[in-house]
Design a protein around this ligand. Sequence first.
Ligand code: DGL
Length: 266
Amino acid sequence: MIIFFDSGVGGLPYLQYFRQNNPSENLIYIADRINFPYGKKTKQEIIHILVSLFETLINQFQPKLVVLACNTASVSALPTLRETFPHIPWIGTVPAIKPALIESHNRCVGVLGTDRTIDDPYITELIEKYREDARIICIPAARMVEFVEKRFFEANDAEKQTIVSPYIKQFRNAGADAVVLGCTHFLFLQTTFRAVAVPDIKIYDSIAGVSHRIEAILDEKNIRDKTGKVPAECRFILTGVAPIEQKWFKWASDLMAEASVLHEKS
Ligand code: DGL
C-alpha cells in the first residue's frame, strides 16, 4: 500500500494521475486537515508534526512507499523523515523550477508557493544552482491555498479567474514567460491558470514527474503490485475531530470515486 499525503486536498490530483496509470496499486490518501495550513508554520513545527504523525501512520498501515504530495512538507521535512524512517522509500514534491528555467526564452521564471516553501533554503539553493543569467520571481500565495481548500468546490469560473489573474498579471508585468505551480493545491486551478496565461506564459507543474518517480522506485525496489486486481483499494483519511464540511467531504470523495471510474473504463 502507498500513502499519498498532504495538509489538505492538494495531493489528490497527484493521486488521481498516478492511479490512472497504476490502477492496481492500493492507495491511502491522508489529509492532515487538523494542521492545515502548513504554509504558515515554521520548518521546526512541520518537522515535529510529520515525525509524530508518520510514527503512527507507518505503524498502522505499513506502507511500502510514502509520497509527500506537498511542497511545503517536502522542502521542510523530507531529509528528517528519511533519517527517522530509513526503511521507507520517501518521494517528495518540489517546484518544477528546472524545466521552466530551461525552456524560458525570456530567462524569467515565476514561482508560486506557500510562504514556507518560498522561504526555504532548498528553493534558494535550487535557484542559485540553475539561475545563471535568469531572473526568478517568487510570490507566496497563501490566499490561493485557502481558496482551493475551502471554496474551490463551490466556486464558479469567474471566481477562479479573480483569484488567479492578479498573480499572472504580476508575473507578466515582470517579464516572466514561465510560471511554476509550487504548491500542490494550485493544480486544481491549472485550467484557469492556463487560460489566463495564454499566449505568452507557459505553466509548469510536477505532477507527471512525481508519478514517474514513484513508478521508477516501485520498479527499482521490485515492489509493484503483483495481484493485478483492478480497481484496487483507495481510502481517504482526514486527521482531526472537528466535523468536516459536508460539501467539502462530498467533493473530495467524488474526486476519489472519479479516479476509480476512470480506471474501470481504461
Ligand atoms: N499543498 C501544500 C504544498 O504543496 C501546502 C498547503 C498548506 O499551506 O498547507 O505546499
